[in-house]
Design a protein around this ligand. Structure first.
Ligand code: NAD
Length: 382
């Protein structure tokens, strides 16, 4: 079983889908690993580091030749995969909704494309979950970026020249990224409050020493189905907007992370609400790539409105490439090793398996994902 590890092609991508650690683990399973020259550069991993882990290092054509499995972070340009073996597995964050044409091209090339971001949120899949591992780092980095743009200190400081008050941080959306943002802001000494539509997060917020600020009526009970939020009713949205209006004017930093799977991010801060914030305040919108929680936010840019800086966060995990690659690589190893069949000397990905079904995009020259090709309706009987 040969595993190829690609050098990422996207301009803002510095992560790599394998590390010397994961290479050694794959070798332990009996596989051979070929890493594209320079693949680890952005994550401070040299070709020699990979060679030290007994990987071979070579050109794209060399690593793809006879590879049964191709590992990537973002989906590669299909044209760059010419020479890949029929039926080879292509595994990474393939962004299938936005990159539909690529998915079609992977199918046409006979590849089995597997989109790791579509993993179901079940206990068995936790150690394979690239969204969790990358969101956790993004939540941490969002707070550091906010601190870097904020012209004041985070902790309260009592000095001979007088006292500096602690920064007030408000986190909207308390999933994986939001929880890490709360923890990081607390470690920096900020006074932190947070809100979510899922009531189970209230206790989690308190356990991190932050203050929950909630609309209870009409909120989602418990964790919500699979930990996911849904589009809220209009009266809930109105009450939530009132709550944000009354709270936000007293905040210095706002970190927004609210996402609804398969839908644009909910708009939670309006331009009018922004205008009530003190000049010099900073907002980091981690939902920027899904349309943004904040009016006026631009993904990948920092804009200023009413004296407030709005950072449209994009791929923050890549700015911590050594750690994010290490976790991403472990996620991919955990996925493949869970399905590894010793006798076959490789993964056996049964079509009916819940995980395989959720993430498989293409097989046998076709797009097979039900998320992309809805299942055919039952034929009508006369
Ligand atoms: P997410 O990225 O889907 O959303 C981020 C947060 O935004 C969520 O907490 C969501 O409730 C919140 N949100 C959505 N709309 C909102 C609105 N209008 N106002 C305020 N908040 C809003 O979430 P996530 O980080 O992926 O995780 C959510 C939950 O799923 C967590 O409890 C996490 O522990 C769980 N989870 C479980 C697994 C697993 O079991 N394998 C994996 C990942 C996450």
């Amino acid at each position: 079983m040969k595993i190829a590890v690609l050098k990422e092609g996207a301009a803002d991508e510095s992560r790599v889908a394998a590390t010397p650690e994961s290479v050694k683990k794959f070798t332990g399973l009996g596989a051979t690993v070929a890493v594209e020259t320079g693949a680890g550069e952005g994550a401070s991993l040299s070709d020699a580091d990979f060679e030290g882990a007994e990987a071979s290092v070579g050109s794209r054509a060399e690593v793809l030749k006879d590879a049964d499995i191709i590992l990537c972070v973002q989906g590669p340009d299909p044209a760059s995969l010419s020479g890949a073996k029929q039926d080879a597995l292509l595994i990474g964050a393939l962004n299938p909704y936005a990159e539909r044409a690529r998915v079609e091209a992977y199918a046409a090339a006979g590849l089995q494309a597997m989109a790791m971001e579509l993993l179901p949120r079940i206990t068995r899949a936790q150690s394979m979950d690239i969204l969790s591992s990358q969101s956790n780092l993004a939540g941490y980095k969002a707070v550091l970026d906010a601190a870097a743009h904020y012209g004041r200190a985070f902790p309260m400081m009592m000095t001979a020249a007088g006292t500096i008050p602690a920064a007030r941080v408000f986190v909207i959306g308390v999933g994986v990224a939001g929880l890490q943002a709360i923890a990081t802001a607390r470690r920096l000494g900020a006074v932190v409050s947070a809100t979510d539509v899922r009531l189970a997060t209230k206790e989690q917020i308190e356990s991190l020493g932050a203050k929950p600020v909630f609309v209870e009526e009409g909120a989602i009970q418990g964790e919500g189905t699979g930990g996911y939020a849904t589009e809220m009713a209009d009266d809930y949205k109105a009450r939530q907007a009132e709550l944000v209006s009354s709270h936000i004017a007293k905040q210095d930093i706002v970190i927004t992370t609210a996402l609804i799977p398969g839908r644009p991010a909910p708009r939670l801060i309006s331009d009018a609400q922004l205008a009530t914030m003190r000049a010099g305040s900073v907002i980091v919108d981690l939902a920027a790539e899904a349309g943004g929680n904040v009016e006026g936010c631009v993904a990948g840019e920092t804009v200023e409105r009413h004296g407030v800086r709005i950072i449209g966060a994009r791929n923050l995990a890549a700015s911590l490439a050594a750690d994010s690659s290490a976790l991403f690589a472990r996620n991919l190893f955990n996925f493949l090793s869970a399905f590894w069949d010793k006798e076959a000397g490789g993964p056996k990905l049964a079509d009916e398996d819940e995980i395989v079904k959720a993430i498989r995009l293409t097989k046998g020259g076709q797009v097979v994902s039900e998320r992309l090709v809805p299942a055919k309706a039952e034929p009508q009987t006369a």
